[in-house]
Design a protein around this ligand. Structure first.
Ligand code: DOR
Ligand code: ZN
Length: 332
């Protein structure tokens, strides 16, 4: 199986020692990744963003990997955004306190407060990426955010809005209702329901935000991904935390899937779909939606060859640790 220019449209690379550990996995397998800005402090200015990009690229030399940088959403002046436009791919909005390092996110979704930044973004064609969850009961948080997505889509019709890591049938259905709504889907949400996380012994390495939902939600996500549906893009949300931070009281949310993502997707699509739809899900849809072009191609070959996922990479336990996978990335 061959994939051209695989893209990870939602990726956490962290910083310092963790960045050094995890960046090579994404750089090896993907042509580009949309890099999340939820560092401490969050990325809100160009000096920080340039320095972070430089730290990423210095770890990915010779890998033909482009980090597509994002800023953390806040009230930005139009003048600043005009300057930033050339250096950023998008702006990522987090509701305040909803997930890892989101304390500085948006606390009030009264659109009047957000309008000047969102209007400037529309004007400058800067996409808005959204972590769509409210503070409601944990299984309802994403569906309860749907009216906010609708209000955003209606009030800012020229703004490209990406509903990140969608986990519910409710949001799958919303894609059909608004032209300017798009979505990313993770690997783990194509595989898991809440049962896998807490139905038996609790599985901290499967704990993430938004939490995996019901069987019918997973089915709706699989239907979009496996059909190559043009508004759905792959975004791993690979989010590494140390084993200590996962296997403790107060487990951090996040699943480190970068080292297995392509291999598991190849297995899933060979079983439930086909290579052409995988190519759409993992690259072509995103290229069409965001008008992305890559001068230097990256072709990934996946061979049918069994391998076992290690129990850990350094201090991080990967998704599917210990499992036997059927496809191996053989050449880039
Ligand atoms: O599970 C998650 N982990 N969800 C997020 O939204 C953030 C991420 C992280 O940064 O660890
Ligand atoms: Zn994320």
């Amino acid at each position: 199986m061959k994939i051209k220019n695989p893209l990870d449209m939602h990726l956490h690379l962290r910083d310092e020692a963790m960045l050094k550990l995890v960046a090579p996995f994404s750089a090896k397998d993907f042509r580009a990744g949309v890099i999340m800005p939820n560092l401490i402090p969050p990325l809100t200015n160009l000096e920080q963003l340039r320095a972070y990009k430089e730290r990423i690229t210095s770890l990915c030399e010779n890998a033909n990997f482009t980090p597509l940088m994002t800023l953390f959403f806040k009230d930005y002046e139009a003048k600043f955004l005009e300057l930033a436009r050339a250096e950023i791919f998008a702006i990522k909005l987090y509701p305040a306190g909803i997930t890892t390092n989101s304390a500085n996110g948006v606390a009030n979704f009264d659109l009047k407060n957000l309008a000047s930044t969102l209007n400037a973004m529309s004007e400058l064609e800067i996409p808005l990426l959204v972590h769509g969850e409210t503070n409601d009961f944990v299984m309802d948080r994403e569906a309860k955010f749907a009216p906010i997505y609708e209000a955003l889509a209606q009030n800012f019709p020229r703004l490209k809005i990406v509903m990140e890591h969608i986990t519910t049938k409710t949001l799958c259905d919303l894609l059909e209702k608004y032209e300017n709504l798009y979505a990313t889907i993770t690997l783990h949400h194509l595989l898991l329901t809440l049962d896998d996380v807490v139905g038996g012994k609790m599985q901290p390495h499967l704990f993430c935000k938004p939490i995996a939902k019901r069987y019918e939600d997973k089915q709706a996500l699989c239907k979009l991904a496996f059909s190559g549906y043009e508004k759905a893009m792959f975004g791993s949300d690979s989010a590494p935390h140390s084993k200590n931070d996962k296997e403790c009281c107060g487990c951090a949310a996040g699943i480190f899937s970068a080292p297995v993502a392509l291999s598991v997707l190849a297995e899933l699509f060979s079983k439930h779909s086909n290579e052409a739809n995988l190519q759409k899900f993992i690259s072509d849809n995103a290229c069409a939606i965001h008008k992305l072009e890559f001068s230097k191609e990256k072709i990934i070959t996946l061979k049918e060859e069994k391998w076992q996922v290690p129990q850990n990479y350094g201090e991080v336990v990967p998704f599917m640790a210990g499992s036997e996978l059927k496809f191996k990335v053989s050449a880039t």
